[in-house]
Ligand binder design. Structure first.
Ligand SMILES: [Ca+2]
Ligand SMILES: [Ca+2]
Length: 157
């Protein structure tokens, strides 16, 4: 005699297929979320560098020289000097005040602030005699200045 009992629940194969689909969907959502986060961070650093370029221009107009031209000091110290000098010049200060507060911090813990990128690294600020304008650069999401592919620089803006 054939049993007419209805099958209850899911087979192992069905459960496995459902779990696989959920994992694939979660990976897609996480991937898209990560990409959106990086895009927002890149936009933030670009806008910060843009503001700094304007503030540096204002500083130049006021003092007839670019800020933080001292040579032979650590990059983080150069960025601290840039911060100090831009904030002590009223015309550039008014632009610096538009910078998102998360982009300012003290990464080396010496009590002096510097401008940061969204990956908590100090922005690199350099000026060489003969350059028409100083360069402000972020090492990008990888946090390294020597890997240029993901860097965000005032030179490219
Ligand atoms: Ca510092
Ligand atoms: Ca890099």
């Amino acid at each position: 005699m054939i049993s007419c009992r209805k099958k209850r629940g899911f087979s192992t194969l069905e459960v496995l297929a459902a779990v696989t689909i959920v994992i694939i969907l979660a990976a897609i959502v996480l991937g898209v979320g990560k990409r959106l986060k990086t895009q927002a961070e890149e936009k933030l650093v670009k806008s910060t560098i843009g503001i700094l370029v304007t503030a540096i221009t204002q500083y130049y107009k006021f003092w007839d020289k670019f800020p933080a031209q001292q040579i032979g000091i650590e990059p983080v110290e150069r960025c601290e000097q840039l911060y100090k000098q831009l904030y002590s010049t009223p015309s550039s200060k008014s632009f610096c005040e538009k910078i998102d507060s998360t982009m300012i911090g003290d990464t080396d813990g010496d009590g002096e602030f510097e401008f940061l990128d969204p990956w908590a690294k100090p922005l690199d600020y350099r000026y060489s005699t003969g350059d028409s304008f100083p360069v402000v650069e972020s090492g990008g999401p990888d946090g390294k200045l020597d890997t240029k592919a993901d860097n965000i620089s005032s030179r490219d803006m």
